[in-house]
Design a protein around this ligand. Structure first.
Ligand SMILES: Cc1ncc(COP(=O)(O)O)c(C=O)c1O
Length: 458
């Protein structure tokens, strides 16, 4: 029996949610062009679309926001955030950005040009798009075992070191101006990366003179997984583990909307001073003055506190425990999942669950539509809608290895009864799953199509 971890907080403020009836849900889907991103949030009962920016802030974060310094330049809020970032991440320089993708965009503008390559374990969609839009190529070098959802490994987010070395040697390090890794690996099931792997990745990139940047959105969850699963780290704090992880890199991109538990914000860190100066110029052009980036002073303060909230081990045990609980309930109902459950989300293997729907008809999309149709639940497709791309040479569509539906858990938001409801609706869908239709695209933009695409039933 899955065990639910009692919340390490009590509830001080509530936000009402409502379940609209089935005909209303059918109509809402039709109006949305069967894209759950187009639904109105007030029509959702349980919203597991993303853990990004959807967390509940602590009283300490709200209190800090009241003290936000809204000076255009040199605000106290900036220096408070600088202190926190230096303490945890240790990099020499940082610029605040309005969210993670803005940090990625600036990093890519500074490092990439047409025909270059950027390896990683797996780039997230915004990172891939930011690399591609510069004419460079994102390369995913996850281990082969990680592509099998049923394989249980402690660090399924690890980058395959042999593949990395081979890739660098065959491509030429001069064509790789940037090397990355994503912790935890969101696109591959929220899986962590071990410290040993981070160390090896760092060594290989540095051996070839390639700057190493970490996509750090879920660094605190990754650190806690290291504490739980990697020999030698049991007695280290998540703060110490985080410092050790970032000491291996030359910089990081961060969406603070995840492990800093804020509704908006991000930053880009680096050690290289000339890169920092260029980043400031880019920032002024796109985001704002270097001491506020794209944010208000109060947002900077919320991040400064939230970074420590996110590292709190009692909170992390609860957050990872919630994910494990939901995964356990779904497994009881024989729903195929990516194993083991990730930190911020449970990933349903929709390709296997709806094996009668081929990747070209988007099994993940079909399941996420059904979760809303039957239960008012919103989840996110992470499969062919998000990642299928035409081969640059042949034009033939290449589908990703996995067709997933991600049930992301907003931090400190939903309770055990909500998770039980989600598990029950999914089990109800399973009873008649072979009758679910596939979908076809009726509209799709060139980049990041999942946000605005429209669909119809096949
Ligand atoms: C691993 C990863 N990298 C980058 C991003 C982009 O961050 P943002 O949504 O703040 O732009 C996300 C967001 O979901 C993510 O999960």
């Amino acid at each position: 029996m899955p065990v639910y971890p009692p919340e390490p907080f009590r509830i001080k403020m509530v936000e009402s949610i409502r379940l609209i009836n089935q005909p209303q849900r059918e109509l809402a889907l039709e109006v949305a062009g069967y894209n759950i991103f187009n639904l109105r949030a007030e029509d959702i009962y349980i919203d597991l679309l993303t853990d990004s920016g959807t967390g509940a802030m602590s009283q300490e974060q709200w209190a800090a926001m009241i003290q936000g310094d809204e000076s255009y330049a040199g605000a106290r809020s900036f220096y408070r955030l600088q202190r926190a970032i230096k303490d945890i991440f240790g990099f020499q320089f940082f610029v605040p950005t309005h969210q993670g993708r803005a940090a990625e965009s600036i990093l890519c503008a500074l490092t990439l040009e047409k025909g270059k390559f950027v390896p990683s374990n797996m780039h997230f969609d915004t990172t891939s798009a930011n690399i591609s839009i510069r004419g460079a190529v994102p390369i995913n070098l996850i281990t082969d075992e990680a592509k099998d959802p049923s394989v249980v490994l402690p660090f399924k987010g690890n980058l395959d070191i042999d593949k990395l070395r081979q890739f660098i040697q065959s491509t030429g390090p001069e064509n790789i101006p940037l090397g990355m890794i994503t912790i935890t690996n969101n696109a591959g099931g929220g899986q962590p990366v071990s410290m040993e792997n981070l160390r090896q990745v760092s060594e290989v990139y540095h051996e070839f003179g390639i700057p190493f940047f970490i996509d750090a959105c879920r660094f605190a969850e990754n650190a806690y997984f290291i504490k739980l699963r990697e020999p030698g780290y049991t007695n280290k704090s998540t703060l110490e583990i985080s410092r050790e992880m970032f000491a291996l890199a030359d910089g990081c991109t961060m969406s603070a909307k995840k492990d800093a538990i804020v509704n908006i914000g991000g930053f880009l860190c680096m050690n290289n001073e000339s890169m920092y100066k260029q980043a400031c110029n880019e920032l002024i052009l796109r985001e704002g003055f270097p001491t506020y980036g794209g944010l208000a002073g109060r947002d900077l303060d919320a991040i400064a506190i939230g970074l420590y909230d996110g590292l709190d081990e009692t909170y992390l045990a609860y957050q990872l425990g919630q994910t494990a609980y939901l995964a356990g309930k779904l497994k009881e109902a024989d729903i195929p999942l990516v194993e083991p459950p990730g930190g911020h989300a449970v990933y349903i293997d929709a390709g296997r669950f709806l094996s009668h729907i081929p990747p070209a008809q988007f099994p993940g999309q079909a399941l996420s539509i059904e979760l809303f149709r039957q239960g008012g639940i919103r989840a996110c497709e992470i499969g062919s809608v998000m990642f299928a791309v035409p081969d640059p040479q042949t034009g033939i569509i290449q589908h990703p290895a996995l067709e997933l539906v991600r049930l992301a858990l907003p931090r400190r938001v939903y309770t055990q009864a909500h998770l039980d409801y989600v598990a029950n609706i999914t089990a109800q869908i399973a009873v008649d799953k072979n009758r679910l239709p596939g979908y076809r695209l009726t509209y799709a933009p060139e980049f990041l199509r999942h946000f605005t695409a429209k669909f119809d039933k096949v």
